[in-house]
Design a protein around this ligand. Sequence first.
Ligand SMILES: [Zn+2]
Length: 80
Amino acid sequence: MPIYEYQCRACGNQFEYLVLPSTPDAACPSCQSRELEQLLSLFGTTTDHAQRSFRNDMSKNRKEFQGDRAQTEQRIRNED
Ligand SMILES: [Zn+2]
């Protein structure tokens, strides 16, 4: 059974989500956002090579995500 790991773009929460044909699209359990970043699959069907390039993409995306998040946190602080 494929279990996917996601990080919520809205609140940064990381969670694992078991994807079955009957389950709806993943949503963040803490804020119900569907703006999710898919992290490394624990039981992927991809080849090693594909996983490596996927991982490279992820680390790139994660850097961008952290930049976004810092900006968001700054915006929230300014609103306070
Ligand atoms: Zn969330």
